[in-house]
Every structure is written in structure tokens, then in C-alpha cells.
Write a protein that binds this ligand. Structure first.
Ligand code: 5GP
Ligand code: ZN
Length: 121
């Protein structure tokens, strides 16, 4: 979709730090890692990763099963969280305006949770 920010990132028209890419899925760093909606300690910089299907659709019900399966079941979300050094992660998906979705292209926020041994958990 021409006016969609995330479709522009997929095409390479807007720069993004990409972490993973396949035929159906793209993972990249969120431009605003410490937004209010992310429940982490405000004193610590936490890298938030966005994982999106390449198929444009605003809501989960608009997205083909194969792309959702790759994100959740393979799972791309876990791989990118572990690659960031975290053992576990929160997965947040705002589905619709009332649920605080701003960008109308389905995306999963992957919020890595460092292990307690690192003193950040
Ligand atoms: P939402 O509230 O729609 O679930 O979250 C949208 C997310 O997209 C926000 O966390 C915001 O920081 C991120 N975002 C918005 N525009 C851009 C952009 O141009 N580049 C990147 N990397 N992230 C963006
Ligand atoms: Zn889009």
C-alpha cells in the first residue's frame, strides 16, 4: 500500500535497521524503543523489535496464515529476541484503534527480557 510506512520500509523507501527478512516476514528495530506503551524501566535503554508480515493488512484477520505462522510458530519473534541477548520476551500486538494501534500494518512488538543474572530482569 503506497502510503503505508511499513510497506515503505519493506520496499526500502524508508530506512530501517533490519534484523531478519524472509519472503513473507520482516523484523526491524522500532524507531522509538522507549515509548510509553512499553512497560519497561524508563532508566534502561531497551531495544524493541517490530516483526511484520510483508502482506499489507491493518488487522490480524487481514493477514494470511502462513505469515502469522512464520512469526509465531517458527517463531521469528523468538529468534530476534534471543538474538538481542534476551532469554525471554513479551509479544505485544495492538489490534485496532481502540487497542492503541497507530500504524495500520499488522506488527508485533517484541520486547526482550534480559536474564536476572544480568541484573536487568
Ligand atoms: P502501534 O501503536 O501502532 O502498535 O505501534 C507502532 C510502532 O511503530 C511504534 O512503536 C513506533 O515507534 C513504530 N514506528 C512508527 N514509525 C516508524 C518508522 O518509520 N520506523 C520504525 N522503525 N518504527 C516506526
Ligand atoms: Zn503496509
Amino acid at each position: 500500500m503506497a502510503s503505508c510506512i511499513f510497506c515503505k520500509i519493506i520496499k526500502g523507501d524508508i530506512p530501517a535497521f533490519k534484523l531478519f527478512e524472509s519472503e513473507k516476514v520482516l523484523a526491524f528495530l522500532d524507531i522509538q524503543p522507549l515509548s510509553y506503551g512499553h512497560a519497561v524501566c524508563a532508566m534502561l535503554p531497551v531495544m524493541i523489535i517490530l516483526v511484520i508480515p510483508k502482506h499489507h493488512g491493518a488487522l490480524l484477520t487481514d493477514i494470511p496464515d502462513e505469515a502469522l505462522s512464520e512469526i509465531l510458530r517458527k517463531p521469528v519473534a523468538k529468534k530476534v529476541a534471543v538474538a538481542s541477548g534476551a532469554e525471554q520476551y513479551n509479544l505485544l500486538q495492538n489490534n485496532g484503534r481502540l487497542a492503541h494501534q497507530i500504524v495500520d500494518h499488522v506488527h508485533f512488538h517484541v520486547i526482550p527480557k534480559p536474564s536476572p543474572e544480568e541484573g536487568l530482569g
